[in-house]
Each structure stands twice: as C-alpha cells, then as structure tokens.
Design a protein. Structure first.
Length: 245
C-alpha cells in the first residue's frame, strides 16, 4: 500500500507591508513574486514614511508639545519655573548677591511708592509675581509694579493676568540671555512701560523705556551712583545699597 505524506498548513504570523528599519522604511514584496524558500523579499528602503491614513512621525523623533501649567506645578520648590514660547524653563534659586540686590531694591522702592512714605505712592509692588500673559507665557520677574489706577487692589489670586507697568530682572550668568532675548520682547508685546536690568556682578543698572513697541535705553548707572531712574525718579536711589554685603 503506497505511503501518503500528510502536509499540514502552518499559519505564519502576519508581517506588515511596511517595516521600519534604521535606514528608514522597507516594504515587503507582494505575493506572487519569486522568492527564496522561507525568506521574505524586501524592496529597497525609503527615507520617508509610507503613505498611510494615519499621521506617522519619524522614528526617534517624538511629538513635541507645549508645556502646560501642570508641568509648571511639578517643578521642585528649589527651582524657578517659567513657560516661554511653549517651553518649560527652570533655573535654580538665585545666589546671595542676586537675592540681596532684589531685596534691597524692593525695600528702597516700597516705602515711597507703594506705601507713600516719603514719596508719591500710587504703585503696587511685588517680589517674584507669577505673570500669565498672552501666548501662554508664564513669566516670573524678580520685581514688578502696577500703577494703582490700573490695579487699585491686590487680586485674590496666585497669578496675574494683567501685565505690570514696570518689571525688574536681576541678571545672573545663567539667566541673562533669557532675560534679554526672550523675556524683554514678551514684556514689550504686553506694553510694559519700563524695564530695569540690575547686574550685581558688574554693579550696573540699565533702565529701558518702551516707545512705539520697542525698548529704548533711558539711562545706565554703575557702582555707588545716586540716580533718579524713571518711572521712580521722584526720589534719589542709592545704587550702592544694592551691592552692600
């Protein structure tokens, strides 16, 4: 009796038509074309993804997304977080000369301009307010001030959507480029009237005034100069107090 050989059909796993590889994408040759037994024929690789009804991203290039306020809340307390052009930026808390300059400047201005003691008053001044500005920007200047006619009372909120009339950035080597090239244009776009740049390393004060949507230099001083700097030129400021150790 002749021997019969039984063949059993084995279902192999389905291989996608397009397969990613380090060189790009390769395509499995359709059925019906000659191929070596047990091998899958692949067409030459292509650099761009294959046509698909879905959106495919290049391999190794994850989708970029804008930072959210939840990302900002997750920043550790020892860092200062900001969102600039959709990017989360973090910096360590300022060094002692930076903190000293900001504190002394705030104390020099608060009495005469916020409380009206020895000066005209009419301002509301704050340290490190969180500003929520147009375009999704979240900025934290070292100091900021609002004229009382624009903000009669301090709002009961953790952040401010009303742009200030004056800001001060105390510069440090790690933040100066961001303060000058990224944050100043945003402040200008929000019609902030004046910006002060204080550098405790070079012991200088730069005062910028907004004119026609652009910053112009109103004055620069250094070391122990006694200055009258707008918009707080109603009093004379002892610049040397900012660098005192």
């Amino acid at each position: 009796m002749p021997t019969r050989t039984l063949r059993r059909s084995v279902r192999l796993p389905r291989i996608p038509a397009w397969i990613p590889c380090p060189a790009g994408w390769i395509r499995r040759v359709p059925r019906g074309l000659p191929r070596a037994p047990g091998r899958i024929l692949l067409a030459p690789p292509r650099l761009t993804p294959p046509p698909s009804p879905f959106t495919l991203l290049p391999m190794g290039d994850p989708a970029k997304r804008s930072a959210t306020y939840e990302d900002l809340l997750a920043v550790p307390d020892h860092l200062v977080g900001e969102i600039i052009h959709g990017v989360l930026s973090t910096n360590p808390r300022p060094a002692a000369p930076h903190a000293r300059a900001a504190s002394m400047l705030g104390s020099e201005l608060t009495g005469p301009f916020d409380r009206g003691k020895g000066g005209p008053g009419g301002w509301l001044l704050l340290d490190e307010p969180e500003l929520h500005l147009r375009g999704g920007h979240v900025l934290v200047p070292d100091l900021a001030g609002w004229r009382r006619e624009r903000m009669p009372e301090l709002p009961d909120a953790a952040a401010f959507e009303l742009a200030p009339d004056w800001i001060c950035e105390v510069l440090s080597p790690s933040t100066e480029a961001t303060d000058r090239t990224d944050k100043l244009p945003i402040y200008a776009g929000e019609s902030v009237g004046h910006a002060w740049l204080v550098d405790p390393i070079t012991r200088t004060l730069e005062v910028l005034r907004l004119e026609g949507g652009h910053w112009v230099l109103a004055g620069t001083w250094r070391d122990d100069a006694r200055v009258r700097a707008e918009p707080f030129d109603a009093i004379e400021l002892e610049l040397g107090a900012l660098w005192a150790r």
